[in-house]
Structures are given as C-alpha cells and as structure tokens.
Design a protein around this ligand. Structure first.
Ligand SMILES: *Cc1c(COP(=O)(O)O)cnc(C)c1O
Length: 390
C-alpha cells in the first residue's frame, strides 16, 4: 500500500474505509485449494482460470499466488485480461485466451506471446496466416464442440481442419479442448456422450494434450480428467467439499454497521415494507447493497453472521445497505456498535449457501462483487509477488 499523499487524502481514505464493506481474499487458501485439486487430479495437470479478473478477486495477485504454488498454465477470456496476467507473471507461463482470436487481434496476440483458443476454421486460418507472415509456427489451442453448442469447431469444421496439413503445419497445437455443459449434474447422460464425442474429434487432430473438465468436471472423477483440468471456481472456494476434496474458504465479505435501532411490532423495514416486525426487535443497518454486487435476490432470505449468531436479513436489499435482525445477538450481550463488522460471506455464511439462497451460482456471486468493495489480501502474498516481479 502506498502512503497517503495529503491529509485530505488520508481522511478520505479512512472515512471510506470505515463506511464501506470489504472483500478479503485469502491467497493461502487459494493455494491450498490448488494443491488439493492438483493432488486429486494427478497425473493430470491443473491450469488456473483467472478470467474476469479472477472472478472479481484480482487476477494479478491471484495468478502470482498460484504461480508460486506451481501453476504454469492460465486461462483468461479476453486478450486484454491475458495482458494483465502476463505482466503479473514470469515468462515461463502459458496464457490461453478462451474467447478466441478476434479479427485484427492476431499481431497483438502473437507479439504478447498469448495463446489463442481457436474456436472455428476461420480463426485457425487467420492464425496460420499470421504465422506465415511471421515466418514461424505459432502456438495454438484448438477447441472442438463436443455438444455444448457454444464455442469450438463443429465436427464438420474439425474434419476440414484435419484435412488441411498445410494449415496445421503452421501451428504448434499445444492443447485440444472442449467444455462440458452439464458437469454439475453427475448423472447427466450428456457428460459421457460429450466425453465420447470429444475423443472422436480429438483423434482426428494432431496428437496433443487434451482438456475437457473445468472444476465440476474434475470432481466427476478421472474419466473426465484427460491431461489438463481448467479450474476456476474450485480454487476460489466455490465448490461443495467432498470426502476426497476439502475446500478452503478463500473469500470473506464483511460490512460495517452504520446504524442500529429498536423496533416495535408493526414497524416496517426497508423498501416496500416487505418485512413487518412482529415482536420487539433490534435491527442493524449494514453498509453493503446491490451496488456492491450483493444480490438483491437475497431480499427477505439472506443471512449474516456475528459473534456466533446467524442474523437474518430483513426486507429488501437496498443499493447501499441491508438490514439484519440482531435481536438474539443483543439478548446475548453482544449488541453491535457503529463500525462493528458483520460477516456476509466467509467461514460461517458459505459461498455455496449464499449462491443457493440467491437463486444463483457461486461463479456469479463472486464475479458480481463490485469495485466499491475494498479488496484486502491476506495469506502468502510476498513470495509470489517477489517471484512474479523478476
Ligand atoms: C470459465 C471456464 C472454465 C472454468 O470454470 P470453473 O467452473 O470456474 O472451474 C473452464 N473452461 C472454460 C471453457 C470456461 O469458460
């Protein structure tokens, strides 16, 4: 952290800190999750998916921590995200761009050493043309569509590409990949049919390592591991633990109390008075709302936690605040004061629980946590940062 430039600056920062919610990223926990998954998946390797600013957690610090843990392969969605990760890491890493090679991006991609995931015959042709212009082979990932109908070469395109040795000769194919549509449903028949389609398509292409599974696919077992797993949400603590795979909590969201009040039966709480108090109650207002990315769909059903007590959210989530019932806490002699911090996400209110209560998935809950939350990093920051700077 850089010191304040002026007294005004300092006051501004301190007051914003006191008034706002925080997002604490535990880099050690992310490393623990990486280590657990790498052990479970071996001999398959585990790549880290750090797209969308590592699901909102900060791509540079997260990637540096994972590099320190031994991760050498990273996936982003956009070229621009790849450039950020490239700057945060030593040269000995491979960074793949999932959303493909956009027209006009060929030079920037080649110059920065980023590796595009080629999602169509047309992208393969442009990348091969760039390779010819540069007079060298260019590294590439080929994605085939094994049945999700989202990204990747269709079976027809795969056959055409396989029949074009002149084009393939200009590429160094580092990976053949595909993506599972239903991996979060272990018994879904699409998992096995996609694996079979993937094997058929990959067999047509040049011999290269293969990758099919993201986090949920990895948890389906070795059948889906192939050579490389592309793990995002598991690393960030967003998967339910299993007997083989414990999950460490990597993200904590806390909000300060900005007011507390006593209410009487009949009092309405928040917009629309969707909650009417039935018994005398003590209610705290916390400084976090949907403008911070806290889901409005938690209105009337979310939870917070303080001092060993779960605190139900009352009424609607506002733009900048939520109200929680602290009656039981106050009765135990733990009344909350201005500035006291309350957990909304962490060890006691888990990410899986928040996502299910909000009617969403853990990926979306994390990715929506906004820039107004102050990011704090704890855990093993220094070694990764030092290595990355070299
Ligand atoms: C986002 C993404 C992943 C990572 O998914 P998680 O569920 O976060 O592990 C892997 N592969 C592809 C193609 C993706 O788009």
């Amino acid at each position: 952290m850089v010191g304040p430039d002026s007294e005004l600056d300092m006051i501004g920062r301190d007051s914003s800190r006191a008034a706002g919610a925080t997002l604490t990223v535990d880099l050690s926990a992310i490393r623990v999750n990486y280590r657990a998954l790498a052990g479970y998946a071996a001999p398959a390797r585990v790549a880290a998916v750090v797209k969308a600013d590592a699901y909102g957690l900060g791509a540079a610090p997260v990637a540096a921590a994972l590099f320190a843990e031994g991760c050498r392969e990273f996936f982003v969605a956009h070229l621009a995200e790849g450039l950020v990760v490239r700057d945060a890491l030593p040269a000995a890493t491979r960074i793949y761009v999932l959303n493909g090679l956009q027209p006009g991006a060929e030079d920037a991609c080649a110059r920065s050493g980023l590796i595009p995931v080629l999602n169509s015959q047309e992208q393969a042709e442009r990348w091969a043309a760039a390779a010819e212009a540069l007079g060298r082979r260019l590294p590439a990932v080929i994605q085939v569509d094994s049945g999700m109908s989202r990204l990747g070469l269709s079976p027809d395109e795969t056959a055409r590409l396989a029949d074009n040795p002149a084009l393939l000769d200009r590429l160094s194919v580092e990976l053949v990949m595909s993506h599972l549509a239903c991996a979060d449903e272990p018994d879904h028949p699409a998992n096995e049919s996609q694996a079979q389609a993937f094997e058929t398509l990959a067999a047509m292409l040049p011999q290269a390592p293969r990758s099919l599974a993201a986090s949920a696919g990895a948890m389906l077992g070795a059948r889906f591991h192939y050579d490389l797993i592309r793990a995002g949400i598991f690393l960030y603590g967003g998967c339910r633990a299993t007997p083989e795979l414990p999950v460490a909590t990597a993200v904590r969201v806390e909000a300060p109390v900005i007011q507390a009040r006593d209410l009487q039966p009949g009092d309405g709480v928040g917009y629309g008075h969707t909650h009417i108090v039935k018994q005398p109650a003590r209610v705290a207002t916390l400084s976090i709302g949907y403008a911070d990315g806290w889901p409005r769909s938690l209105s009337g059903r979310g939870m917070a936690w303080a001092n060993g007590v779960r605190l139900p959210l009352l009424g609607r989530v506002s733009m900048d605040s939520v109200s929680v019932d602290i009656t039981n806490l106050a009765a135990k002699g733990h009344d909350l004061r201005l500035g006291d911090r309350v957990e909304l996400l962490g060890d006691h209110i888990g990410l899986v629980e928040v996502a299910e209560t909000a009617g969403s998935i853990t990926h979306e809950v994390l990715a929506r946590l906004g820039p107004r939350l102050e990011r704090r990093y704890v855990g093993d920051v220094a070694p990764a940062a030092t290595e990355a700077a070299q």
